[in-house]
Design a protein around this ligand. Structure first.
Ligand code: SAM
Length: 281
């Protein structure tokens, strides 16, 4: 097969693999996986199903959350020997709630190439089918498990307009929906389960209804939550009064000032200035 590498310089290819349906991998990804010297895989047994499907026979090395530090020097050693390496995770795009970030950073710092071979990720698969506003969106990944910590993270988004994308395990999805409702209030949401797989389901509903439904405790979930699009802007109110109203609704003063700048589409410095002047009176 024709080499797909553009440059002889040793490279770490960050290769996206399917999130369920084995067909969801790019032609280029299959080429790269066939041509590299070593494939770093989060779980070599899981990845061997994919590699076998595409008849790729390659040396695999495990690279996961619990051995990433000790593998680092070995990986840099391979690149120093002139080897090309592909990094894959169990599903989707490496680095997105999967191992990858540390080795990518190290490889860049060591002067080698890092090349992305893009493809599936549950974030985009879920948000584009949600029917909710796509831009802007914020990816929160997995929320903290403890209720108080989860609420603390969510508090920052009470008054924000962007759509939120949240990963969740099937065993915690019901509890998380309850906490989302109690913290963010009523919102439109989409619950995407088992994307690209045989039992794919997308429920488009509201937080209050979702927290009362029975949820399947098997499969993988992405929760998409509409942003706060009911932000009130009282144009007869001063900037300072606007900040104070948000502080009263639970935001810290600094966060409230940032939010006022977003709501009014004015620079943050203008909000700080107005607030400072009014508070000196
Ligand atoms: N790297 C992956 C990506 O690019 O999406 C994410 C890995 S993270 C460990 C696994 C989480 O992604 C699951 O708990 C779920 O929230 C989400 N996920 C992955 N595959 C999915 C699918 N087929 N359907 C719905 N959610 C999925």
């Amino acid at each position: 097969m024709q080499k797909s590498f553009k440059d002889p310089k040793p490279t770490l290819f960050v290769v996206s693999t399917p999130i369920g349906n084995l067909g969801d991998i790019s032609y280029r990804a299959v080429e790269i996986l066939s041509e590299v010297d070593v494939i770093l895989a989060e779980d070599t047994r899981t990845s061997s199903v994919l590699l076998h499907h595409y008849q790729i026979k390659k040396q695999m090395m495990s690279y996961h959350e619990f051995n990433k530090d000790e593998k680092e020097s070995q990986i840099i050693g391979l690149l120093n020997e002139g080897k090309n390496i592909a990094l894959i995770s169990d599903a989707g795009t490496p680095g997105i709630n999967d191992p990858g970030y540390e080795i990518i950073k190290k490889v860049i710092e060591s002067g080698f190439y890092v090349v992305s071979i893009p493809g599936a990720s549950a974030i985009l698969a879920a948000i584009v089918t949600s029917g909710l506003i796509i831009q802007p969106f914020t990816f929160l990944g997995f929320l903290p498990r403890k209720q108080a910590e989860m609420k603390k993270v969510l508090n920052d988004y009470i008054n924000r307009k962007e759509t939120l994308v949240i990963y969740e395990s099937p065993l915690r999805v019901a509890k998380t929906l309850g906490i989302l409702f109690s913290t963010l209030g009523q919102r439109n949401i989409a619950l995407a389960r088992e994307l690209t797989k045989a039992f794919e389901t997308i429920i488009r509903t509201t937080l209050s209804e979702a927290q009362e439904m029975e949820h399947n405790t098997k499969g993988e979930y992405v929760i998409i939550v509409e942003g706060n699009n009911n932000i009130e802007i009282h144009f007869d109110e001063t900037i300072t009064k606007h900040v104070e109203r948000l502080v009263q609704s639970g935001l810290a003063e600094k966060e409230a000032m940032k939010q006022v700048a977003v709501d009014r589409e004015i620079p943050k410095s203008e909000v700080y200035q107005a607030f400072k002047i009014d508070n000196k009176k």
